[in-house]
Design a protein around this ligand. Structure first.
Ligand code: UN1
Length: 500
């Protein structure tokens, strides 16, 4: 599929692709893809007002019927998986397999949300008063603001939107300014689902805001948007969180990770090698779940680390559209410079680097392809910063308890893993005194989570949870309702308040 075929299939026309002032380039080779129109503060405000109107109608549609819209959307995604996956590759540079995987993740969360639409359960609670019934009712919340990052340009929106929609909320999505086309394509496909669904789906149920940070801020500051779900860097979260809190809004923050894998002496090293490689170089090191640190036990260090270095030498780096490629480009020059900076810094700290550096610059002068790097770090060191690039820092350890302490001794707390065949070690790692992250895996890597679990992390990762399990509750308002069906008015706590 070439670019024009992709655009046509996804319903993108000149109206969306031309005449705007946001230039979109492909990280593959710097091709100019489109000039997208951006929002102004005024248009952002009117979209928020329209979302509030849409919410009023949508909340009254029964939840299983709302699920039907998401079911139709999931089907449309199935039909367009190839094209949307290809657009993800074109716009953010991830390899074809991962582009398709991302659309599959959207389909999966749609399926989950359809099921959820018939399972929005509240509790019934025993009342202390006679002839009283107490229950919890989950109510729609309002317009949900979704701010997403370039590296998962469609899946993370879908995690939020699919749940928000079955919960009875309208949505306003501010995608990364680096990936507006995938967002516009999702919107086109959503409009198709709404047309099939019929008039129960109000206009403006899902809308897109295109622009830079200032446009996101209109959403963040709006009292009409009770929930902001934001994915991005810790710096972004540090700006967004307090602004939302200031107006007593709710936020779901999915921020930076600094994820580690521990490789114990009993580990299946072949398995570990595969898990580490996918975690560290997948998506060219640009996942929030990317494996950034590796703690290897001294007994297996000399076996694993050379094997890893060898595997890195053979990594097929190149055009992400080529099915043989495993490592595509970084998103842009800035990302490349950040990687160079981090490697220089590691070298100054005494790190021993293999790999790294720009490749294929003749073939792709405007594409930033790099060789993933391994840095063997000196004794006692650690790395505190997340650099969004394929750099794997390796440390040697002797005692598991020490490795766990060092793994946890960073500001972020998203994902973590251990490779071990020793049940004591595995269970220690997932115990209260083990990993302090939101995700703790055994014998699989740090990235590539399924949608069924709640996704998110602790500390500076922001504490939010999205996607599966009971994350849906964040998209609803919990109402406690007590009904008195008797003819007396007993007060709780036995308080007497008799009017004579
Ligand atoms: C992200 O990088 O923002 O677990 C999300 C994973 C993916 C999601 C990553 N399912 O790696």
């Amino acid at each position: 599929m070439n670019k024009d075929q992709i655009f046509t299939q996804l319903g993108l026309t000149d109206k969306e692709l031309t005449g705007g002032n946001l230039k979109v380039f492909s990280p593959i080779d710097g091709t100019h893809l489109a000039d997208v129109k951006t929002d102004s503060t005024a248009s952002a405000k009117s979209k928020i007002a329209a979302a509030a109107e849409a919410f009023k109608a949508w909340r009254a549609v029964p939840a299983p019927r709302r699920g039907e819209l998401v079911r139709l959307y999931g089907n449309i995604l199935r039909e367009n998986k190839e094209a949307l996956g290809a657009l993800v590759t074109l716009e953010c540079g991830k390899i074809r397999q991962e582009g398709l995987g991302e659309v599959q993740e959207m389909i999966d969360i749609c399926d989950f949300a359809v099921g959820l639409s018939r399972q929005i359960y509240g509790l019934t609670i025993a009342s202390e008063r006679p002839q009283h019934k107490m229950r919890e009712i989950w109510q729609p919340l309002g317009p949900v603001g979704i701010i997403s990052a370039f590296n998962f340009p469609v899946a993370v929106w879908a995690w939020n939107a699919a749940l928000a929609l079955v919960c009875g909320d309208s949505t306003i999505w501010k995608p990364s300014e680096k990936t507006p086309l995938t967002a516009l394509a999702c919107q086109k496909l959503f409009e198709k689902a709404c047309a099939e669904f019929g008039p129960d789906a109000p206009e403006n149920l899902s809308q897109i805001l295109i622009g830079e940070k200032e446009i996101g801020e209109v959403l963040v500051d709006s009292a009409s948007v009770p929930l902001i779900s934001a994915t991005g860097s810790c710096a972004m979260g540090r700006a967004v969180g307090p602004r939302v809190a200031k107006r007593f809004g709710r936020s779901i923050l999915e921020l930076g990770g600094n994820n580690a894998i521990i490789v114990a002496p009993s580990a299946d090293l072949d398995l570990a090698l595969q898990g580490i490689a996918f975690g560290a170089v997948g998506t060219c090191g640009q996942r929030c779940t990317t494996t950034r640190r590796l703690f290897v036990h001294e007994d297996v260090y000399d076996k694993l680390v050379p094997a890893l270095q060898k595997a890195y030498e053979r990594l097929p780096i190149g055009d992400p559209l080529d099915p043989k490629t495993l490592v595509g480009p970084l998103i842009d020059e800035q990302a490349y410079l950040a990687m160079e900076d981090a490697l220089n810094h590691a070298q100054m700290e005494g790190g021993k680097i293999t790999g790294g550096g720009r490749v294929l610059s003749n073939e792709f002068p405007s594409g930033y392809y790099v060789r993933p790097a391994i840095v063997e770090m000196p004794k006692g060191s650690n790395v505190q910063e997340e650099t969004f690039a394929p750099i794997l820092y390796i440390f040697k350890y002797k005692d598991l308890s020490d490795a766990i302490v060092r793994q946890n001794a960073v500001p972020q707390g998203l994902s973590s893993a251990i490779f071990t065949s020793d049940i004591r070690e595995a269970e220690t790692f997932t115990s209260e005194s083990g990993s302090d992250c939101g995700i703790a895996n055994v014998n699989i890597g740090t990235s590539g989570a399924e949608i069924g679990g709640a996704f998110g992390g602790e500390k500076e990762t922001g504490g939010g949870r999205e996607s599966g399990s009971d994350s849906w509750k964040a998209y609803m308002r919990r109402m406690t309702s007590t009904v008195n069906y008797g003819s007396a008015l007993p007060l709780a706590q036995g308080i007497r308040f008799n009017l004579e």
